[in-house]
Structure formats: structure tokens, C-alpha cells
Design a protein around this ligand. Structure first.
Ligand SMILES: [Zn+2]
Length: 239
């Protein structure tokens, strides 16, 4: 299979998580000419409190919402893995799917949910983060991890860094002052979730939240991440 290089791969548990976590930074990357790919692990078919909506109908709506948000942000491609909501497990099959995509797109940066939030945290977020970290290192890197992927010419790939959103241990703040409005517009695409879950003044509250994340920086609004550089044994650590 031919490699389809993209600098950044965002791997999200549900449709809408990436918009909350990283869309301001995605919009900035796109404005800088970088290619961004989304991978959406579940179809979000349990994300409602409406007893009348059928799961397959909700999944269809949420795919459309995710496509609209991604288009607005300038994301190049959206890949839906289609797992039912609330069913992700840390399985060899799921890990291999992520490795396959990393080897196809060969991103420098992978972005996902921090799996290490304590206590109350959506299981799909915890599992996605853990599986993605394992896929980045060592499974995407190692020649002998998947001989069958080599036969498809999916060569090993070394990701440079991982950004984890919703981290309790943020060590990197990304300036979204100029892209906050497009982040809000992308969030508005997820109508089914906003109407269901958010208070009427959610935009003001989000602005306050992202302002608080930028405290101490020389910009007004920030998304915060735990940033982990992947140290490879063949290269000296970056200074
Ligand atoms: Zn989620």
C-alpha cells in the first residue's frame, strides 16, 4: 500500500472529542499548510439522552456532524473505525488497526486523549489513549511486530511526539487565540451533543476555560496538552 504522508494524526474516541480537545490547534496547523488526518474510533451511538432516537440513526447523525466539523477545520481526511460507543477494549486487533494507520500516514505528531486521568473518565477515552500510546511505541516502530504489514509494504514508522488532551499533567500550551472562533464553529457542528449536554452559555464558559489555560503565557487563549517526545534509540535526544 502506498504511504499517504500527513504531518498530524488526531485519534479521537468519539465524534466531537477532538473538537473539544484540539480543534483550535488543528485550525492553526492547517493554516500553516500542514496535513491533518482524523481517526474516529467509535460511532458515538450511545451519546444521547433522547429515548426515541435509534442508535444507528444517532451514529449516522454523528458521522455527518464529525465530517462537517472536520471540513470546516480543513482536516484532509476522516477515517471512521466504527466501533460501537462504550465498547472499546485494549485488544491486539484494535492496536493493529492504529499501527496500520500510523504506518500508512506516517505522522510526525499523534494527538489523542490522555488515558491517565484519575477516577471518573470515559472508558473509551482511557482505552483509546492507552492503545494509541502502545501503537506509537513500540508497535509502529518495530520491524518484527507485524510481518504481515511488511508484506503489504507498510514499513515501520517513528512518530516524533504525542500530544494528549484533557491531561491532569499538562506541560505544553498551544496558542489558539486566532483560531478560537473556528473552534467554536466546529463545536457547533456537533449539534446533537451541544443540545444534549451543554448549558446555554457554553461558548462564554469555554472562552473562560481556554483563557485560564493560557495563564502565564504571552497569548490569550490556549489548548493544553501533556506533550511526550518519543526518544528513539538510534537518534540522540533533542536539545
Ligand atoms: Zn468522548
Amino acid at each position: 500500500m502506498m504511504a499517504k504522508q500527513a504531518e498530524i494524526m488526531v485519534i479521537t474516541p468519539h465524534p466531537d472529542d477532538a473538537e473539544f480537545g484540539v480543534s483550535g490547534t488543528v485550525a492553526r496547523w492547517v493554516s500553516e499548510g500542514k496535513d491533518v488526518i482524523y481517526v474516529v474510533c467509535t460511532n458515538g451511538d450511545k451519546g444521547t439522552s433522547d429515548p426515541n432516537i435509534k442508535p444507528n440513526e444517532l451514529a449516522r447523525i454523528r458521522e455527518q456532524e464529525q465530517r462537517a466539523a472536520a471540513k470546516l477545520l480543513g482536516v484532509r481526511d476522516v477515517i471512521f473505525l466504527g466501533y460501537p460507543d462504550q465498547t472499546l477494549e485494549d485488544t491486539p486487533e484494535f492496536r493493529k488497526e492504529i499501527v496500520r494507520l500510523i504506518r500508512i500516514y506516517r505522522p510526525e505528531i499523534v494527538v489523542t486523549a490522555d488515558p491517565y486521568r484519575r477516577y471518573i473518565w470515559h472508558r473509551d477515552h482511557r482505552i483509546t489513549g492507552q492503545v494509541v500510546l502502545d501503537a506509537v511505541f513500540p508497535y509502529s516502530r518495530d520491524f518484527l511486530a507485524y510481518p504481515d504489514l511488511l508484506e503489504e509494504d507498510l514499513q515501520p514508522h517513528k512518530v516524533s511526539e504525542v500530544l494528549l488532551w484533557a491531561s491532569e499533567d499538562p506541560n505544553y500550551r498551544s496558542d489558539i487565540t486566532d483560531t478560537f472562533d473556528i473552534k467554536i464553529a466546529a463545536l457547533r457542528c456537533h449539534k446533537s451533543q451541544i443540545e444534549d449536554n451543554l448549558p446555554p452559555d457554553w461558548e462564554d464558559r469555554l472562552r473562560q476555560w481556554f483563557r485560564s489555560l493560557a495563564e502565564g503565557e504571552d497569548f490569550e487563549l490556549a489548548e493544553a496538552f501533556h506533550r511526550a517526545e518519543v526518544q528513539w534509540r538510534s537518534a540522540p535526544p533533542k536539545k
